[in-house]
Structures are given as C-alpha cells and as structure tokens.
Design a protein around this ligand. Structure first.
Ligand SMILES: [Cu+2]
Length: 118
C-alpha cells in the first residue's frame, strides 16, 4: 500500500466515523435540560404575559392575583380546564408537544392568552 492509498483509507475512515456519529450528536443537541416552571399571572382580568413562548416539556403555572375567580380553559380542548381559581390559587399544565395553545377564562371569555410551545 503506497502513501496515497493509505491516505485515502484514513480519510474515508474519518468521513465514515463522522457520518456515524452525527445522528448521536444531533440527538444530544436536541436534548434540553428540564425547563423551570413559567409563571402566568392572572391580574386585572388579563393573563400576563398574554403570549408566552416556551420549549416543549415546560410547566406553565397560572396564579390568580385578582379578587374575582377565574377559570383557565383551552380553546381547542388541548388541555384540561382548571377549576375556578380563587385569589392566590394556581393551576399548572405541562406542555410536552410543540404547538400553539390558545386559552381563555370561562367566566370572562374576553380574557384570552396563548402559549406557544417550540
Ligand atoms: Cu376570569
């Protein structure tokens, strides 16, 4: 085996091993550390923030800061509705799948919010 053909063997071995490793590397890159819960306040008859963008797997926690009860309801029935939340009550949903989740308050349907899951 001369030097040139030996070089070709080394190069093709490198290319093959890189190709074999890349799916593993892609999988590692896609893995994210568990996200911390994200808070949405219900205050003055609005959801704050009104639109929230989170990564998949994030837990979103709504807390009612008003004196009036509120109910968090998914517009497309994509997650279970909360019970009536009294002052300081919380409701949490973990969003495992990418998508756009619009929700509203069952008692005040003009109160609308959106969770965008990437
Ligand atoms: Cu309400």
């Amino acid at each position: 085996m001369n030097v040139m053909s030996w070089m070709l063997v080394v190069i093709s071995a490198l290319v093959l091993s890189t190709a074999a490793l890349s799916p593993v590397m892609a999988a590692n890159a896609a893995m994210t550390t568990p996200a911390k819960p994200i808070a949405v306040d219900i205050r003055d008859f609005t959801f704050a923030p009104k639109t929230l963008t989170v990564s998949a797997g994030t837990r979103v926690v709504w807390t009612n800061r008003d004196e009036e009860p509120h109910v968090v309801v998914s517009a497309g029935n994509q997650f279970s509705p909360s019970r009536a939340l009294d002052t300081s009550d919380s409701y949490a949903v973990t969003f495992d799948h990418a998508g756009t989740y619009t929700y509203y308050c069952a008692m005040h349907p003009m109160m609308v919010g959106t969770v965008i899951v990437k």
